[in-house]
Design a protein around this ligand. Structure first.
Ligand code: 5GP
Length: 224
């Protein structure tokens, strides 16, 4: 037993946690992830490659890497993507190297990807935490899409149809967030991040030999 006078400070090392955020477009995922990044400035966010053209205000290397199809396929064939998918008629892919580097260094990483991508990432990184964001209702989703004023009616109709399809994948996710009230959704997401960071199974080492031994023992049993 440690004595009362033992002032050893416990420090732990752990692998980074990979968070996947998926939502039908218009569910408020972008606003939600912006708010959570303010709260967790050390959370790294993936910058995807896409063949879609930049929207007003979007910047290459900041919002996406905007590339043509030939370039995208070159990268895909070279194995540069952790996952890739066709979404709304365009190709999107998550670059693998920054993701692996971050996780190896114990940095947490956030992916904003669709359900096809989430499935691929879960297959490669089973310890990833997937979160599905839903709007409070279909009516609200349609209203949010229209209020953006950036998309034509036909595009909005296609996005709504796709939203219905994507929602069928909800059961494959670890967490559900209904984004009715942004502050509440941010609080819930924050709680998920804190809890997942605290999981014993994510810790790989400890400064105290006794705790290091305990961690080693739990990993040996395959406890998650
Ligand atoms: P937007 O073009 O409106 O930014 O994104 C459209 C959809 O593509 C969103 O659902 C977004 O989550 C998804 N998306 C963005 N980047 C990626 C990616 O790298 N991979 C996959 N699978 N989906 C992505």
């Amino acid at each position: 037993m440690p004595e009362d006078s033992d002032t050893t400070v416990f420090t732990f090392t752990r692998r980074g946690v990979l968070f996947i955020l998926s939502a039908p477009s218009g569910a408020g995922k972008t606003t939600l992830s912006r708010r959570i990044l303010k709260q967790w400035p050390d959370l790294r966010v993936s910058i995807s490659y896409t063949t879609r053209k930049p929207r007003a205000g979007e910047q290459h290397g900041q919002d996406y890497y905007f590339v043509d199809e030939a370039h995208f396929h070159q990268l895909r064939e070279a194995g540069a993507f952790a996952e890739w998918a066709q979404v709304h008629g365009f190709l999107y892919g998550t670059p693998r190297p920054p993701l692996d580097e971050a996780l190896d260094c114990g940095q947490d990483f956030l992916l904003d990807i669709d359900v096809q991508g989430a499935r691929q990432v879960k297959a490669t990184y089973p310890e990833a935490v997937s979160i599905f964001v839903l709007p409070p209702s279909w009516e609200e989703l349609a209203a949010r899409l229209r209020s953006r004023g950036t998309e034509a009616d036909e595009v909005i109709a296609r996005r709504l149809e796709r939203a219905h399809e994507e929602t069928l994948a909800l059961g494959e996710y670890d967490y559900l967030l209904v984004n009715e009230q942004l502050d509440h959704a941010v609080t819930l997401l924050d709680a998920i991040i804190q809890a997942e960071r605290a999981r014993v199974s994510r810790h790989t080492g400890a400064s105290s030999p006794l705790l290091a031994q305990a961690l080693h023992a739990q990993s040996g049993t395959g406890v998650r």
